[in-house]
Design a protein around this ligand. Structure first.
Ligand code: ZN
Length: 473
């Protein structure tokens, strides 16, 4: 990636900003590096967030971050599947380049040690690195632990955020002892993921008390029905009780999903409060995003098993530290991708971007408000042949041999296939897909393969709880 004239200009701006931060914090020859807290809320649709225009107050903490930061309104995921999407986020390359799929999908691969992750790159720069995640498809055994000094796998947002707050305590303590180095804290939770079972006091915020359908509303109720040991049975039981023909059931699912968002937002709030109470927030970049969305019958299904917009559209919010001359309250309409997050952060940290990255820094958009719109490539690695490409208003989807083409300017709901009437657009998008896959394949073949990870009992249980091992989620 060669620096353009514009990028040199904002690099100068950025260096000045770092000098300002350095002057305000400490005397040092090198400008200090900002800390980074990256929070991934799995399965979070942007249109269910108040900051993205949702009418319900699901997410006051995220709204505050959005007001203080930069909201990308058109951010898209590189995969509908957790492991694949997160790996593109954390490596800056497309799914066919890193080849990491969910447990239970095709051949399980661990990330090649040759491919640096965000944690690897920041650790090389002297960052302390720690992760608190919900494990499963972001397990260290798939390669997500690469570059982290400590990679902890929890179950549920409560303990994830407890662990994250304790990590901040530890970082602050080390700072006080004079051994300060910047830190990277990665936080991930499945709390919003199905089955939607928010704590009762949060469910009460959105659920219609007169709901009389069969959907299970609490974890305790589900455990009473199927016991606590058989997770796959729990998953089946939950979805078997959903009447997809009944509008009240659809609304009830949305209500429970929203309550899960509110609960997670409150947990995120405890982390943001803690950051502030430790005086770390003025030196810390906060990024909040999701790995994919969720379907509520837009295309006849639930969960996240397609490459339509309701699955690929994700929230993406950056809040930069105070004292840096970067915008706040900015809303960006340009289409961006999760694969762009890593190069953006590297540029902020002053690290040159490795040549192999397929994402591009968003700093030109953030600093100058303009950058070329790039195509969005997404892939579900199961079977290897489920791909989508959005280029401007056109969206191409290929599932095995079946192709579809949509004009999002007239048909944002992707319901009218334009394949037969726009053969020239089809040919162009097919060629773009082939080029991306070819380039990714060449990159992947050049990496040293790693031995596939073993699926231990604990991971198996977690995955069964999430329905992953059935292969449909
Ligand atoms: Zn996910």
């Amino acid at each position: 990636m060669k620096p353009s004239r514009r990028s040199r200009r904002y690099s100068v701006l950025w260096s000045l900003a770092l000098v300002v931060l350095a002057g305000s914090c400490r005397r040092s020859e090198d400008p200090p590096k900002p800390n980074l807290v990256l929070v991934s809320i799995d399965t979070l649709r942007p249109d269910h967030l108040t900051a993205y225009g949702y009418e319900r107050p699901t997410s006051p903490v995220i709204s505050r971050l959005a007001d203080e930061g930069i909201v990308f309104e058109q951010a898209f995921s590189q995969s509908p599947k957790t492991a694949t999407s997160h790996m593109s986020l954390l490596t800056g390359v497309y799914p066919p380049a890193h080849r990491v799929a969910n447990w239970g999908e095709r051949r399980v691969r661990r990330l090649s040690d040759d491919i640096p992750t965000l944690a690897t790159l920041l650790a090389r720069l002297g960052y302390r690195t720690e992760a608190h995640t919900d494990g499963g498809n972001v397990s260290a055994r798939l390669g997500f632990g690469q570059g982290f000094e400590r990679y902890v796998e929890h179950r549920g947002a409560g303990t994830v955020f407890d662990g994250a707050r304790q990590a901040l305590d530890q970082f602050a303590e080390e700072d006080g002892a004079g051994t300060r180095a910047p830190f990277f804290l990665f936080v991930h939770t499945f709390e919003v993921h199905d089955p939607y079972l928010p704590p009762a006091e949060y469910a009460a915020e959105f659920v219609d008390p007169s709901y009389s359908g069969d959907i299970i509303g609490s974890r305790e109720e589900l455990e009473r029905l199927v016991g606590s040991g058989n997770y796959w049975a729990s998953h089946e039981e939950y979805w078997n009780r959903v009447d997809r023909e009944d509008p009240a059931d659809l609304q009830h699912l949305r209500d429970l999903y929203d309550a899960g968002i509110l609960y997670t937002d409150v947990q995120l709030g405890t982390l943001m409060d803690h950051l502030r109470s430790l005086d770390l927030d003025a030196e810390t970049i906060v990024v909040v995003l999701s790995d994919h969305g969720e379907e509520f019958l837009e295309h006849g299904g639930f969960l996240h098993n397609s490459l339509f917009q309701e699955i690929l559209h994700v929230p993406l919010i950056f809040r930069f530290p105070e004292g840096l001359a970067l915008p706040s309250g900015l809303r960006v309409q340009t289409i961006v991708r999760l694969v762009d997050v890593l190069p953006t952060l590297l540029e902020v940290m002053g690290l040159p971007a490795p040549e192999h990255l397929q994402g591009h820094s968003l700093m030109p958009l953030i600093v100058e408000g303009e950058a070329p719109t790039r195509p969005v490539f997404s892939q579900w690695l199961a079977g290897g042949r489920i791909v989508a490409l959005r280029d401007g208003d056109w969206k191409y989807i290929r599932v095995k041999r079946q192709e579809q083409l949509f004009d999002l300017s007239e048909d944002p709901g992707e319901s009218v296939d334009r394949l037969s009437v726009r053969p020239e657009v089809l040919a162009r998008l097919q060629a773009e897909v082939n080029e991306i896959i070819g380039e990714s394949f060449a990159f992947a073949e050049a990496q040293t393969p790693t031995r596939p990870p073993r699926l231990d009992e604990e991971t198996r249980e977690q995955l069964e709880a999430l329905g992953y091992l059935d292969g449909d989620s």
